[in-house]
Ligand binder design. Sequence first.
Ligand code: CU
Length: 138
Amino acid sequence: MLRFNLLLAGAVLTFTVLTGTAAAHTEVTHMVPAASSSVAAPKTVTLDLSEPVNLRFSTFKVYALPAGSDAAALSKAKLNLKYDSAERADLFPGASGLAARVQIPLRAGLKPGAYVVMWHLLSDDGHPVSGQSVFRIK
Ligand SMILES: [Cu+2]
């Protein structure tokens, strides 16, 4: 009986670990330009996600980061703004459908300085995930 209980406990633990992994929140696994990198003016930002997300319920923006500003605070202030395309460094028109890779076109002639890529995603399990990453144009 003890042995059976141990087996059962092991099976429950294994199940928990496996389903825990499957229900993990969507993450940005790779990005170009990479976080903290310094690059010549790029034409696009590319984000790879750990699983496909529904783009219709996801937001991606790029903003210039004013000197001395906090990237997380700027993202919080700007992610939910509507009709802010004139302020933004990107020309992302929005999208729909499922995708695990997102390409965000950038404006031509962006000035040297820091830029924040910010995102708001709907994970597979229905939970929202927000994040941001900073790169620098030389
Ligand atoms: Cu969740």
